[in-house]
Design a protein around this ligand. Structure first.
Ligand SMILES: Nc1ncnc2c1ncn2[C@@H]1O[C@H](COP(=O)(O)OP(=O)(O)OP(=O)(O)O)[C@@H](O)[C@H]1O
Ligand SMILES: [Mg+2]
Length: 396
């Protein structure tokens, strides 16, 4: 973090961006509403321009001009402006889908040829990202139940078990994985023009938070958020032919919105893990989430109860602050296995705040052991899942 911020304020930046004219409306970029998710933090500036897919060529010079303008501002060392487009609904599905690109730094255009699958009523066939064997989603009906904490803990547990593991932060509205993994690196584009994932604690990870900074006001419309997710999935070199990823874990945003639907429809999910808390009374929300996975034929691998109890500071005996049995009831209602429960644990919370995941830095901690056991059980279920290859253990 820079000691002092010399960046101009938002209003001034927006005013300056109006000097660049939107070729379609003839208005300045800000006035035309094209400046989305403007981030000004430390020595960085960036935003996204959402356009129709067929306009990518038209807006490339705009993007470049905007990036140059940001870069010329006092205090800005890094600037990135990304064009984001959803395939155009009005077009028939046969023509080549709309090109789009993400720029992370000057001169590194990411995979312009790969496009969002064209939207068809039946939906495109779900696919795994290249060189990824299995994908699982960590999901919850409600926000704030500890989904990201569980996703990070399980991902680190799979690393402990020897799986090549990736973690995708699908929460484009409120990415938290960069903070939880303690990394703020800038993804680089590789020779194939795909983004190289950030490696942290033995995990490969990607988050919109690496591209725009955490805390940015991301007031994105659904299609744009879905498009961003597509890029995070498919424009990232998760694995290679020689070293495919065994498992990609997706930290889903809460609920059943656009992102969840996009993911459930477009990715061949091997399964979903549902995180719940003991005070979960609204089974209806859980059922709604489950119904979405059912519709897309995604098996529910099981339910994890998070913040299930508070271990007595002296004896470790569970104190059931919120009562007991909520998640088991959820699992029963869904006809899904109950995978286990994680306690309320200050060490776990602290480790997430510090960017040093407990399971990675202290795998013998009792709470880490719980996640490692649950991960082993999930791996077992994935193996038993008919017709799908089991993740292979790395033998080193
Ligand atoms: N088992 C736990 N013990 C103690 N604190 C926890 C536990 N699980 C989660 N927390 C804390 O609860 C807060 C919310 O957790 P987290 O961000 O993982 O939830 P989430 O479900 O991903 O939220 P969102 O819906 O906003 O994405 C965080 O401060 C986290 O550290
Ligand atoms: Mg979260």
């Amino acid at each position: 973090m820079s000691a002092m911020s010399t960046l101009p304020d938002r209003a001034e930046v927006l005013a300056r961006l109006n000097a660049i004219i939107d070729p379609k409306s003839g208005k300045g970029l800000s006035d035309a509403g094209l400046v989305q998710g403007l981030v000004l933090k430390d020595d960085r500036a960036g935003f996204m321009i959402e356009i129709a897919g067929q306009d990518a060529g038209l807006y490339q010079p705009v993007r470049e001009a905007a990036e140059a303008l940001l870069k010329s501002l006092p205090g800005v060392a890094k600037a990135h402006v990304a064009l984001t487009a959803e395939a155009d609904d009005a077009r028939p599905p046969e023509p080549p889908p709309a090109p789009y690109s993400v720029r992370v730094r000057r001169g590194a255009r990411v995979n312009p040829e790969v496009a969002a699958p064209p939207p068809r009523p039946a939906g495109p066939a779900p696919l795994n990202p290249a060189h990824v064997k299995q994908v699982i989603a960590i999901s919850s009906a409600k926000g704030g139940v500890g989904k990201s904490t569980v996703a990070v803990s399980l991902a680190c547990a799979f690393v402990q078990l020897g799986y090549r593991t990736g973690l995708l932060d699908a929460d484009v509205y409120g990415p938290s994985i960069p903070r939880m993994l303690g990394t703020d690196a800038d993804p680089e584009a590789n020779a194939e023009k795909k983004l190289s994932p950030i490696v942290a604690h033995g995990l490969k990870t990607m988050s919109i938070g690496f591209i725009v900074d955490e805390g940015a006001p991301m007031i994105w419309r659904g299609p744009m958020a879905s498009s961003a997710i597509n890029q995070l999935l498919n424009d990232v070199a998760w694995g290679s032919a020689e070293e495919p990823l065994d498992l990609l874990i997706i930290d889903m945003p809460p609920g059943t919105g656009d992102i969840q639907l996009t993911l459930a429809q477009r990715v061949a999910l091997a399964g979903a893990v549902i995180v719940s808390t003991p005070q979960e009374i609204a089974l209806i929300d859980v059922r709604r989430g489950a119904a979405m996975f059912e519709k897309t034929a995604t098996p529910i691998l099981g339910v994890i109860e998070n913040m299930a109890y508070f271990p007595h500071p002296d004896t470790g005996a569970p104190i059931e602050i919120f009562g007991r049995g909520g998640a088991q009831a959820t699992a029963k209602a869904l006809g899904a296995p109950f995978l286990g429960e994680a306690p309320i644990d200050m060490a776990l919370r602290q480790s997430c705040d510090d960017g040093a995941p407990l399971v990675a830095v202290n795998p013998s901690h009792p709470t880490s052991q719980i996640f490692i056991r649950i991960a082993a059980e999930i791996a077992e279920r994935l193996k038993n899942d008919d017709g799908r290859p089991a993740p292979t253990l790395i033998v080193e």
